[in-house]
Ligand binder design. Structure first.
Ligand SMILES: C[S@@+](CC[C@H](N)C(=O)[O-])C[C@H]1O[C@@H](n2cnc3c(N)ncnc32)[C@H](O)[C@@H]1O
Length: 228
């Protein structure tokens, strides 16, 4: 099944699944990282693989563009955020298009596995659409970390590519900026246990993501980019 078909199929259940407390804490954790460097409220934000608009659910962004290949996911995002701008397109196509028209962004995001699905060509054009001093967070699935939740989600056969730590380092070398490759680890069992109290989930998540975590052990590999 293609990612487009897969997300069209699960779109109506997506927000319900990710409304569980565990995922909320996970979102807070990642967004807190991003906010350390980026003023999402006033910057020009591009959200590739935006899904149902999780970023806008959690964060006010005055100047926001969300791009997603799944019309069903985008329809839900539009319903929740009718005044924001969404495009139904391949991330790679859209990035190429805006590079051609010369539009540039302060923040370029692709969160929670989205870039793992994108065509590799989009990567080269990212350098052309980032303003000097812009930040990017590209959060890939880690192919070497076998997480049954990610790779065998509900027994689905969706094509998920993921990258290896070595591929992440090679991709980072193609970016004209300072790139840090960080592992981000979500302990497997926690996602399914709804009975954990919130403070315990937070503690476990922070403990599991202490600086220096080995890339190979992480279920997400995030390219954190600062364009010069
Ligand atoms: C795991 S979801 C993440 C959604 C959102 N970023 C979030 O954090 O809730 C991955 C999203 O990537 C989208 N996607 C998959 N392939 C894509 C492509 N080639 N171009 C744009 N979006 C794509 C899917 O439709 C889906 O909405």
């Amino acid at each position: 099944m293609t990612p487009k078909d897969y997300y069209n199929k699960i779109a109506n259940k997506y927000d319900e699944v990710y409304a569980k407390p565990y995922f909320q804490i996970e979102n807070d954790f990642i967004l807190a990282e991003i906010r350390k460097n980026c003023n999402l409220a006033i910057g020009k934000v591009l959200d590739l693989g935006c899904g149902t608009g999780m970023l806008l659910d959690e964060q006010y962004c005055a100047d926001y563009t969300g791009v997603d290949i799944s019309a069903m996911m985008v329809n839900l995002a539009r319903k929740k955020h009718p005044h924001k701008y969404f495009v139904i397109d391949q991330a790679s196509e859209y990035v190429r298009h805006i590079a051609q028209v010369g539009m540039k962004y302060d923040v370029i995001l692709a969160l929670f596995g989205s870039p793992s699905y994108f065509r590799k060509e989009y990567f080269y054009a990212l350098n052309q659409i980032a303003k000097p001093g812009a930040y990017g967070y590209l959060m890939y699935y880690n192919k070497t970390h076998h997480d049954p939740y990610i790779y065998g989600m509900n027994g689905s056969d969706v094509e998920r590519t993921g990258i290896t730590p070595m591929e992440a380092i090679n991709l980072a070398a193609q970016i004209k900026g300072a790139v840090t490759v960080e592992g981000h680890y979500i302990p497997d069992g926690m996602r399914k246990k709804e009975s954990y109290p919130r403070f315990m989930i937070k503690r476990k998540l922070h403990k599991a993501n202490k600086p220096g975590r080995r890339l190979g052990d992480s279920n997400y590999i995030t390219l954190k980019i600062k364009w010069d």
